[in-house]
Write a protein that binds this ligand. Structure first.
Ligand SMILES: CC(C)(COP(=O)(O)OP(=O)(O)OC[C@H]1O[C@@H](n2cnc3c(N)ncnc32)[C@H](O)[C@@H]1OP(=O)(O)O)[C@@H](O)C(=O)NCCC(=O)NCCS
Length: 234
């Protein structure tokens, strides 16, 4: 797994559908009145970060094995006659032995052989949408009423983030690694701290505490208790 700013990838636009899928499946809000409602929600919590702060949009990438393409060539028998007999088990990309050697042991079951670049592809398994600006000073965030209460804390914790890891990739340290990547960027920008706002009762409060954040204030947002969690940059 590696963490990079999305736009440093040469083919970064090709990853956008997967980013959007992660957002829509991992978000706490799953029911929308119509397509326009979903579009507004997406623009608010994903789109404006991609559009305005692409340098702070980090993705976690994992290698994914691919099935061989049908046109892949086979090993000629003449190259394999001196190899030992087959062992139990199938050839797999996680195998410690090369597919070429294993498949060569049983000529009846030869499997396609191809290079590393064709065998694997990087997939997005989580993202962090970050912003180094203090949200109070940026009209883009004028719609976030919670800063009327949380505003003063932004002096010490100006940067903020939203993070999403899909269910199948959770509890493997992906979220923690994304936060560390953004924290390094905040440190390089000489900021004193970063924050996020989340529901007081959300399960992710514990995740943020495990990653150095502390609950510093609470208010109501549309009748729901929400917390401001801050982490200083050392
Ligand atoms: C919160 C989240 C980003 C954590 O990502 P992750 O890659 O699983 O994080 P890590 O592996 O570094 O840490 C695992 C911790 O995350 C927390 N966590 C695990 N699943 C979670 C879930 N479904 N919802 C919230 N937190 C969760 C737990 O505290 C877990 O620690 P534990 O294994 O000791 O119980 C991820 O669970 C997620 O995207 N949740 C849904 C969306 C969300 O809440 N985003 C934050 C919006 S403010």
């Amino acid at each position: 797994m590696r963490i990079v700013p999305l736009t440093t990838l040469p083919d970064w636009r090709a990853h956008l559908p997967r980013v959007e899928e992660i957002f829509l499946t991992s978000s706490a809000v799953q029911n929308f009145t119509d397509d326009a409602h979903r579009a507004r929600f997406k623009a608010r919590w994903l789109g404006r970060y991609l559009d305005h702060f692409p340098g702070s949009f980090f993705v976690a990438l994992d290698q994914t094995s691919l099935l061989p393409p049908p046109e892949t060539s086979l090993i000629p028998p003449s190259e394999t006659s001196s190899l030992p007999p087959p062992e139990r088990g199938r050839v797999g990309w996680g195998s410690t032995e090369s597919p070429r050697r294993k498949s060569a042991r049983d000529p009846e079951k030869w499997e396609p052989v191809f290079g590393q670049d064709h065998a694997q592809k990087e997939n997005v398994i989580g993202y962090l949408a970050g912003c180094l600006d203090d949200p109070r000073g940026n009209p883009l965030f004028a719609d976030l009423a919670v800063y009327a209460v949380f505003g003063p804390l932004c002096d010490t914790y100006p940067a903020h983030l939203h993070i999403y890891v899909p269910a199948e990739a959770r509890s493997r340290g992906v979220g923690a690694a994304l936060i560390e990547a953004f924290a390094v960027q905040c440190k390089d920008a000489k900021l004193p701290g970063l924050h996020l706002v989340t529901d007081k009762a959300a399960r992710n409060v514990r995740f943020y505490e495990q990653n150095g954040f502390a609950v510093l204030a609470t208010t109501l947002s549309h009748g729901t208790p929400v917390v401001f969690m801050g982490r200083g940059i050392i």
